[in-house]
Design a protein around this ligand. Structure first.
Ligand code: BEZ
Length: 369
């Protein structure tokens, strides 16, 4: 029996890391996406939902093959992916060439909503430029003019350092040394020794997931947290504070989410997530939840007819997402226009100490749509 396309389930494909240093991020995104769909009675635009998944292991070399598993083998209607910027570049090209709807629930590669932007590609997370640009001005204004940066050497780290540098320099600061370590290495010791010998005013880093836990512990163990203040994009302390313990105390970060926002929307989300998964929510779960909210808006508008891609896209472009982070809209290049919080780690929480940038919109350099 053939199933009418308008009757069959909507096929959702997850391309996310379920192994490696970013495994917890992929799992959190998946959990929260499914939770949002369950809150709709398990339906998207009135239709049942079928899930497919591929573990991309944050490996750019296998990204095209993995994306094609979902597009060609599973024939999914929409892909939710991914976490790693390098993988997201390849995935976006496959989505663009095959006209498959793609929602990026983490990876910040500027190009995804920049030079390789496309009508069928949306992001519910951030661009690498956003949290890092917001931090440069903060660091300079706090009187730290000579800064060392350290990050994994791949697109996310490089672009975060570039965004940070742009606003640090505009506010009178300078990067005295850019240090890079291969992804996903956690052999930080030689870099910490070099930082100690340079004695900068501050250090700015990008690490996330398992690697972030090890970095913060090593930074404290080297005695640097007492002498050189540590600043970072907020991924350093998201979903990692329990494991980092006291080593993370006092770290300042910028991100589009924080603990203790204490809004009815965020409180309800956090309670529901904890109840469903017996885990603490974090920025990754919020981004996954909002990927589902965006898709729900698109499919409700066309009553589940995902073949009406123009209708789905138009609805996704114009919706205002009632996110746990605070509501946001999509920019013309399909990236969230959102507040970036300045946070400080206190008692194993990322406490908001201010808004670093209000309604920050990525410049979408090179996007032509
Ligand atoms: C990235 O590769 O874009 C990324 C990975 C983890 C956290 C944030 C960004």
């Amino acid at each position: 029996m053939t199933v009418n396309a308008a009757e069959r389930p909507v096929k959702v494909g997850f391309m996310l890391p379920y192994s490696g240093t970013y495994a917890a991020l992929g799992n959190g995104i998946t959990n929260a996406f499914k939770m949002a769909i369950d809150e709709q009675g398990g339906k998207l635009g009135g239709r049942d939902v079928e899930y497919y998944s591929v573990d991309d292991a944050s490996d750019p070399a296998k990204a095209v093959e993995n994306a094609n598993r979902l597009v060609k083998r599973d024939d999914v209607d929409v892909i939710i992916g991914t976490v790693h910027s390098g993988v997201s570049m390849a995935l976006s090209k496959v989505a663009r060439d095959s006209d498959t709807l793609l929602i990026v629930p983490n990876a910040g590669a500027n190009e995804v909503t920049g030079v390789i932007c496309a009508p069928n590609i949306f992001r519910t997370s951030f661009s690498n430029w956003q949290p890092s640009f917001a931090m440069g001005g903060v660091v300079a204004k706090q009187g730290h003019k000579k800064v060392v940066t350290l990050t994994w050497k791949y697109a996310a780290g490089e672009q975060m350092v570039a965004g940070f540098k742009e606003s640090l320099e505009a506010n009178g600061g300078e990067i005295v040394k850019e240090l890079y370590i291969p992804f996903p290495s956690v052999e930080f010791q030689p870099f910490l020794t070099e930082i100690a010998s340079i004695k900068p005013d501050a250090v700015y880093v990008f690490f996330a997931g398992g690697g972030a836990v090890k970095f913060v512990q090593d930074y404290a163990a080297a005695g640097l947290s007492r002498s050189v203040p540590l600043y970072a994009s907020g991924f350093l302390t998201e979903g990692t504070l329990e494991a980092q313990g006291v080593a993370a105390e006092g770290t300042h970060t910028t991100l589009h989410y924080a603990d203790g926002l204490d809004t009815p929307r965020d409180n309800a989300f956090r309670e529901a997530y904890k109840k469903n998964y017996k885990l603490e929510p974090d920025v990754y779960t919020v981004q996954g939840y909002d990927a589902a909210q965006l898709l729900i808006a698109g499919l409700n508008a066309v009553k589940g007819d995902i073949a009406d891609q123009k209708g789905v896209i138009a609805a996704m472009e114009s919706t205002k997402i009632d996110s746990p982070r605070g509501s946001f809209t999509m920019s013309k290049s399909h990236n969230p226009v959102q507040d970036i919080y300045l946070r400080k780690v206190q008692g194993k929480k990322n406490i908001v100490v201010g808004i670093a940038s209000k309604a920050l919109e990525d410049p979408a350099r090179g996007c032509k749509m």
